[in-house]
Design a protein around this ligand. Structure first.
Ligand code: ATP
Ligand code: MG
Length: 383
């Protein structure tokens, strides 16, 4: 009996004329996710079928498919020809005890028996052959799903594994994710990827004030989220010189505000240079002093025409941690290495900064020159 993995899609059916484009994207993304495995991938109407794989790889293949956004659910299914005899034979051989129901989906409208009737008939066949089985349509222990597809094949399975849904990652790396070593930013990247935004990564460190281990930690975080966000490049820019200058010549309570403005400025310059269309951060309203509406306003004003997406703005910390654990970044994120934001930390960071004051402070140092110098020394890592 042929065993396959049946993949269903999420919102793509809503995309009207663009449906074909999204399906192609999804198909390509599934192929990429499974490139390491022996398998055959076949698109059929409203499903993708993975067949001819090593059974030993099945769990790993499902795990990889779960990372592909736009996939709604997967099932391991047996495949038989769509004839009443074949389906009846199959159901007669099932070994079911306890409560069950049959659920039939007749996608192939040429199949002669309607789905409700088919479910009732096959329920009868199972009852005839399984003395310990009984029907419970409300809370059955086993559901026998019979999916009669348009390709003349019927897929029968008992489990549906739900995945993240969302939209397939786009072809182009349109987003630039500001990744720190913290818990939030990897989750922010994940959340935007779920809506189809492919991203590369920008990290700021403050070497030698921050350690090589701190950098390694962020590189491993980048590798952990790579398959989700579809990134290729990670940029590392050192803020040490800028931070020294802020520390020496600017109001202490504005140190973080000025640093964050400089980060956004660097990000917009890289957006222009490499053609990213948006910047993503892990900010969450009210979490720390730099995440008040006033702080966000003052950093935003450095972004020019680039939108800054903050998918976690309404998340509570425990909600963020839950996702971090789910995508396996949490354990790395809590490793205790310093971040550039913790270097030259002011005693009392300003909670309601003003754009005017930030702009005046910036005139105390050669800001553009320092930013240009930091960018000239950029490190680019291919992940
Ligand atoms: P995280 O847990 O993501 O570090 P946080 O709660 O520590 O967030 P902040 O330090 O204020 O909050 O940072 C807010 C956002 O700014 C981060 O989520 C990230 O997107 C960006 N950011 C902060 N520090 C860095 C850094 N060193 N490199 C790149 N981006 C950073
Ligand atoms: Mg941080």
């Amino acid at each position: 009996m042929e065993q396959v993995i049946l993949i269903r899609f999420s919102e793509i059916h809503l995309k009207g004329k663009n449906k074909g484009y999204f399906l192609k994207l999804l198909y390509t993304n599934i192929k990429t996710a499974l490139k390491e495995y022996k398998k055959v991938i076949t698109p059929i109407q409203n499903r993708v079928v993975v067949s001819d794989y090593d059974v030993d790889d099945e769990d790993m293949i499902i795990r990889e498919i779960k990372k592909v956004f736009g996939v709604y659910s997967v099932s391991v299914a047996s495949v038989i020809p769509s004839t009443i005899e074949d389906i009846t034979d199959f159901c007669a051989k099932l070994d079911i005890s306890g409560s069950f129901k049959v659920d039939c989906n007749r996608a192939d409208k040429t199949f002669p028996i309607k789905s409700n009737q088919m479910a009732a008939d096959m329920g009868g066949v199972i009852l005839d052959h399984c003395p310990n089985a009984y029907v419970d349509v409300r809370k059955p222990e086993t559901v026998v799903h019979i999916d009669i597809r348009e390709n003349g094949k019927t897929y029968i399975f008992d489990k549906i594994i739900y995945t993240y849904g969302g939209m397939p990652l786009g072809e182009y790396r349109d987003g630039l994710l500001l990744l720190s070593g913290g818990i939030d930013s990897p989750v922010a990247g994940f959340q935007m990827a779920k809506r189809g935004l492919r991203q590369d990564i920008l990290h700021f460190d403050s070497y030698p004030y921050t350690s090589p281990q701190a950098r390694e930690k962020v590189i491993s975080l980048a590798k952990q989220i790579k398959n989700y966000i579809g990134c290729r490049y990670m940029y590392i820019v050192s803020m040490s010189k800028l931070q020294e200058e802020f520390h020496l010549h600017c109001k202490e309570e504005y140190a973080i505000t000025l640093l964050r403005r400089a980060m956004i400025k660097v990000a917009t310059i890289l957006c222009e240079r490499y053609n990213y269309k948006t910047i993503i951060t892990g900010e969450s309203l009210g979490q720390v002093a730099s995440q008040t509406i006033e702080s966000i306003t003052v950093t935003n004003s450095m972004a020019g025409n680039y939108p800054i997406l903050r998918p976690l703005i309404s998340f509570n910390k425990d909600e963020i941690i839950k996702v971090a654990q789910e995508i396996n970044t949490y354990e790395t994120s809590i490793l205790p290495y310093e971040d550039c934001c913790t270097v030259f930390l002011p005693q009392n960071p300003v909670i309601k900064p003003k754009i005017k004051i930030a702009e005046i402070e910036e005139t105390h140092i050669p800001l553009s020159e320092l930013i240009q110098k930091a960018i000239d020394e950029i490190i680019v890592i291919e992940l």
